[in-house]
Design a protein around this ligand. Structure first.
Ligand SMILES: Cc1ncc(COP(=O)(O)O)c(C=O)c1O
Length: 406
């Protein structure tokens, strides 16, 4: 069994799938075909489902003892659309704020009408900081000079400015290094210009070291409290921490990936612990159905040669759209209640599936590449059978494709 460490490529494919995943017996097809709001379209599109997002957020909050959530929608909401997914998530009562890491995404969220607080957990573009603050974006501070700048902003805007203190407790990526943080935090917390809404860190997802990181964060917060200063809410846990580190749940949790129905590390164990629902469906429509004769080959490199007469279908999605080239190693596509293996080669804009001895699919049928319709096309199954990280499967989808919410 390979180790399922976060963001590491998975090394085996079909062998990791549940025994049922590659058969056509699961589930008994309930709906004949997903209702597609883009039925006229052949090119790929995305559907994002509010009900699944809300169910997943309920599950994550329950795992975290009912705690509220900062919904991480960075990097185009992990591929599901910077505006689309947050608009569907926003009404959930447990969601207290959104988190992004790109300056532009703050403005895109504002433009799309998001009203809950937006946190920028990264360094803003040069010259953008005042504009962000003026528009109510909450900045995550981590440099020694931040306080003096924010005191100026506060004077200009004649208001206290809400900020979050980002402490590096061992990731060595972003944040004020914890060994230098005590005095800096005390100055932030005591400034009349600033409201310190939260103090937070991110975890390395190492079983022992995570706990040390939490201890470091708590120690800094306790020091503030002893001086009569507020640290604000404490938070550290992303999806992995929600599933695996109850000690890191603190006051709030910050899930990203898991909101969308994919698991952070060991998906089989995590699914047993608390199942999630794929919150998106990635589809395109079949553009050609044909029958190969024995000896005919498929696509570049002739890697698939028919050993008998075989029906095949072409789906107009490829690696330029973000569908993994490695899907040929065992991924399947769901069409009209059944799953079919990807064969040959995934080219830039086309993927071919084998139908078998009979023509079971027609031109124009909807093909679901990833979605909730069958376990074998759930995000984690497609990622595992393609030998890629599920984070990459989501985040590498072409952001230009259209998406609809329901
Ligand atoms: C600071 C921070 N918090 C939370 C998250 C959410 O992580 P995940 O998608 O694993 O839940 C991330 C993502 O990498 C992050 O950088």
């Amino acid at each position: 069994m390979p180790s399922f460490t976060r963001r590491h490529f998975l090394t085996t494919a079909a062998s990791l799938l549940p025994a049922t995943a590659l058969t056509n017996s699961w589930p008994a097809p309930k709906a004949p075909e997903p209702a597609s709001p883009m039925r006229d379209r052949y090119d790929p599109w995305l559907e994002v489902e509010a009900r699944a997002l809300h169910e997943n957020i309920n599950t994550l909050s329950r795992l975290a003892g009912g705690r509220s959530i900062i919904s991480m929608v960075k990097n185009n909401s992990y591929g599901l659309g910077i505006a689309l997914a947050p608009k569907l998530i926003e009404p959930h009562p447990k969601v207290k704020a959104f988190g992004v890491v790109k300056t532009e995404e703050c403005f895109q969220l504002l433009k799309s009408g998001i009203r809950k607080p937006i946190l920028l957990l990264a360094r803003p573009d040069d010259g953008a900081e005042f504009d962000l603050v003026r528009h109510g974006i909450q900045m995550c501070l981590y440099t020694p000079d931040a306080l003096s700048r924010f005191e100026k902003f506060s004077a200009q805007l004649q208001q206290r400015i809400k900020v979050h203190a980002y402490v590096d407790t061992g990731m060595n990526r972003v944040g004020m290094p914890h060994r230098q943080a005590a005095q800096w935090l005390a100055e932030l917390a005591s400034s009349p210009s600033i409201e310190l809404v939260s103090t937070f860190t991110d975890l390395t997802e190492d079983p022992e070291f995570d706990l040390e990181q939490v201890r470091r964060l708590r120690a800094l917060a306790d020091e503030l409290k002893q001086s009569g200063l507020p640290a604000g809410a404490l938070h550290a846990a992303s999806s992995h921490g929600i599933y695996h580190r109850p000690d890191a749940h603190l006051d709030l949790v910050r899930p990203g990936l898991s909101q969308f129905g994919a698991y952070p590390s060991d998906y089989k164990k995590e699914e047993l612990q608390a199942p999630l629902i794929p919150a998106y469906r990635w589809s395109a429509r079949v553009v050609r159905v044909s029958q190969m004769e024995k000896g005919d080959s498929v696509s570049y490199g002739r890697k698939y040669i028919a050993t008998k007469p075989t029906w095949i279908a072409t789906v107009p999605i490829g690696h330029a759209d973000g569908y993994p080239r490695t899907a040929v190693n065992g991924a399947v596509v769901f069409i009209k209640g059944r799953v079919y293996p990807v064969i040959g080669a995934v080219s830039a804009s086309h993927t071919i599936v084998a139908l078998g001895d009979e023509q079971t699919v027609n031109e124009g049928d909807t093909a679901v590449l990833v979605g909730p319709d069958h376990l074998a096309v759930a995000p984690d199954s497609v990622a595992a059978s393609s030998g890629i990280s599920v984070y990459d499967l989501l985040m590498h989808m072409n952001p230009a494709q259209p998406g609809v919410g329901s």
